[in-house]
Design a binder for this molecule. Structure first.
Ligand code: ATP
Ligand code: MG
Length: 352
């Protein structure tokens, strides 16, 4: 079995607590499935920024390019402007490595009480376009300090960008329940959103087993709260996908549970796997962070690297631990990060 080189960026705050916890689980899984995972740590993030004035070194991207995957904890700190963390690390990585899909599975987990109780299990995936759309640098500020002061920000949608996101989402939907919902707002945003709708419809028509519904993002947000179990795969632009996926994660429990993958689906460049939560400075250093989002992101990484069995083993292990009632504080339990992780390690062994 060939070795996988994995660049590890624990980052800041609880990233430094949940990443080692999840790596312990990944190492145990690797051992049991005869995989070789070589983890190389990088101390980039906010401390690095405070010392060097940037989030990662100038040759950071070429260093990461030598790896098969990037495993990130969280970057962010009250002492560093949010825009620096995003534009100094995450966005350059997403763009350089053509990680044009942000994948966020959302499902109810046994043993975790969701804030909106319902007897229907939720199992959906949000496919967020990750390289263009509303997150563009194009625009500017004008007439600063004058009464007519203003700001302009352009959104950029390309045929390539929209169609590859739509292809990914449609083929994912075809492998699941065959229902694809596209987030739009073509009633208010009259150029880019109709363009998005056209290309999504054109692309999805190539998938006869997939039914496409376009829903305005405001209605879709309400849909996610009221009847999330009726949704299968959602495809959305960069901004809409960002908002919908945090909403969807909140609907199923804690932000500490939710994983994500920033994918270069062709595997030409490394993909990045990270929990959706941030560095959580309010609880950092206390050893109480929920490592599930990080562990689940690790399972997605194994899957992406082609190790479906190993990924399932890890997934069923942490799900079983939650079902058994071992919970961290954010989801109403008392377990520490270390105690939860120990329980997952034992479950991995028990299920081997
Ligand atoms: P950042 O600036 O890095 O995004 P943030 O404070 O804006 O950090 P989060 O880190 O996502 O955002 O935290 C939001 C809330 O959720 C905080 O109260 C935090 O303690 C809680 N939280 C986030 N992740 C976890 C986790 N893994 N376990 C427990 N609680 C968490
Ligand atoms: Mg935040």
């Amino acid at each position: 079995m060939s070795a996988h080189r994995i660049a590890v960026i624990p980052g800041d705050g609880i990233g430094r607590e949940v990443v080692p916890a999840a790596i312990a689980c990944l190492e145990r899984i690797a051992e049991l499935h005869s995989l070789t995972l070589e983890f190389t740590p990088f101390d980039w993030g906010s401390d690095y920024y405070l010392q060097h004035g940037r989030m990662m070194p100038d040759d950071g991207l070429p260093q990461l390019a030598l790896h098969d995957a990037i495993y990130l904890g969280a970057v962010g700190s009250p002492e560093v402007p949010d825009a620096e963390t995003l534009w100094g690390l995450l966005i350059p990585i997403r763009r350089e490595f053509q990680q044009y899909i942000n994948l966020r599975p959302v499902k109810t987990l046994d043993g975790v009480a969701a804030p909106l109780a319902s007897e229907h299990p939720i199992d959906l995936v949000i496919v967020r376009e990750n390289n263009e759309g509303e997150y563009s640098e194009i625009g500017g500020r004008m007439y600063r300090g004058l009464p007519q002061e203003g700001a302009v920000q352009e959104a950029v949608f390309t045929r390539l960008g929209v169609s590859r996101a739509a292809h990914y989402a449609a083929s994912l939907a075809a492998s699941r329940r065959g229902r694809l919902t596209s987030a739009t707002k073509s009633n208010g945003i009259v150029h880019t959103m109709p363009f998005w709708d056209e290309i999504v419809a054109e692309t999805v028509s190539l998938y006869p087993d997939v039914t496409l519904t376009a829903e305005h993002v405001d209605a879709l947000a309400a849909h996610l709260v009221l009847k999330p179990w009726t949704l299968d795969v959602i495809v959305a632009s960069n901004l809409f996908g960002d908002i919908l996926s945090d909403l969807a994660a909140a609907v199923t429990g804690s932000i500490g549970l939710a994983p994500s993958a920033n994918l270069n689906p062709e595997g030409r460049y490394p993909s990045l796997f990270e929990p959706i939560h941030g560095s959580a400075p309010d609880i950092a250093g206390n050893g109480v962070a929920n490592p599930v989002g990080q562990i689940w992101s690790g399972a997605m990484m194994l899957e992406h690297l082609g190790h479906t069995q190993a990924a399932r083993h890890l997934q069923t292990a942490f799900e079983a631990v939650l079902r058994d009632g071992v919970r961290t504080r954010d989801i109403g339990g008392t377990a520490s990060t270390a105690e939860f992780t120990e329980a997952v390690l034992s479950m991995i062994d028990a299920q081997a």
